[in-house]
Design a protein around this ligand. Structure first.
Ligand code: ZN
Length: 303
């Protein structure tokens, strides 16, 4: 666990060097918590032999959100709309937003512009057919929208989307758009809301507001990163998956995860995810859907 120790030691050093005092935030700080609604079993040869936990985990998220009267966005894979249409209806009925996360989790760089357009159009149609009221948002699987695949914005606009939250604005061994920046931008008619990272412009930049980083970093550091980030932006993004709150499922290896450290972190501290999110609510951050956040923005006219 050498790598894990280095990971922790770096972020503890950052924490010790910083002033660790916190304030209640004012009401203009939006936390765009989102859930990437996908089932990794669909991408595995032996997936059908693994227990189905998706529905029970989503219901737990819905209960948590209802407790806080919070609305969020579910970036949903088309396969899920086919297999679990009642779940789409339930999420919609509770007032949450359904957005597109591709047909079956194919990365953008494996597409041509034409096949990408077909993929997102079909996914959108499936989500609407399953019960989504509107589908205006998109998230690229594994944040595979980069400087090399930015042609995707034109295809998203052509398919009738309004926004995307698909860019990891940092150096990353898999995907990442290092110089994109933390702010909302309009790209070929699509509003891009990038993942929030901290510290910015640094090889240690992390998307602290969601997933494995939100679970694995010390909570006081997470809280500090929220505070510092909100000094520059009025929103913070955070992405989770159904499994991020599942502490009971057996520890199987995800097909994309080759590294032992990542495998370890994938299951680390899941039991505290919702407890940590409770604290985010207590800090006064406002949970909102991407669609509602965009409606609140004073953006120049876009097509
Ligand atoms: Zn995904």
């Amino acid at each position: 666990m050498y790598e894990f120790s280095v990971f922790y030691i770096f972020h503890f050093i950052v924490f010790i060097k910083l002033n660790c005092t916190f304030e209640i935030m004012n009401s203009s700080k939006y936390y765009l918590l989102s859930i990437d609604l996908e089932d990794v079993r669909f991408r595995m040869d032996n997936g059908k032999y693994l227990p189905e936990k998706l529905v029970i985990n989503v219901i737990e998220y819905l209960s948590f959100l209802e407790k806080h009267d919070a609305k969020v966005t579910f970036f949903t894979v088309g396969d899920i709309a086919v297999h679990y249409p009642d779940l789409i209806k339930e999420i919609t009925k509770k007032g949450h937003e359904i957005a597109c996360h591709s047909l079956n989790h194919g990365h953008i760089d494996n597409h041509t512009p034409e096949s990408f357009y077909k993929d997102i159009s079909e996914c959108k149609e499936l989500l609407l057919k399953a019960g989504a009221e509107t589908v205006i948002g998109y998230r690229a699987p594994r944040f595979s929208l980069t400087s090399e695949t930015q042609w995707a914005y034109g295809m998203l606009a052509k398919a009738g989307f309004t926004y995307s939250s698909s860019v990891l604005p940092a150096k990353n061994p898999i995907y990442g758009w290092e110089n994109f920046g933390n702010a909302v931008k309009i790209m070929d008619g699509i509003i891009e809301i990038p993942m929030s990272i901290y510290p910015p412009g640094n090889r240690f930049s992390l998307p602290f507001g969601g997933g494995v980083y939100f679970r694995a970093l010390p909570y006081c550091l997470i809280q500090y990163y929220f505070k510092k980030h909100f000094q520059e932006q009025n929103f913070c993004t955070g992405y989770f998956h159904p499994y991020d709150i599942d502490d009971e499922v057996e520890h199987f290896r995800f097909p994309e995860i080759k590294n032992a450290l990542f495998h370890f972190l994938l299951y680390y501290n899941r039991r505290n995810t919702l407890k940590r999110l409770d604290k985010i609510v207590d800090n006064g951050y406002i949970f909102t859907t991407y669609a509602d956040f965009i409606a609140s923005l004073d953006l120049p006219e876009h097509e």
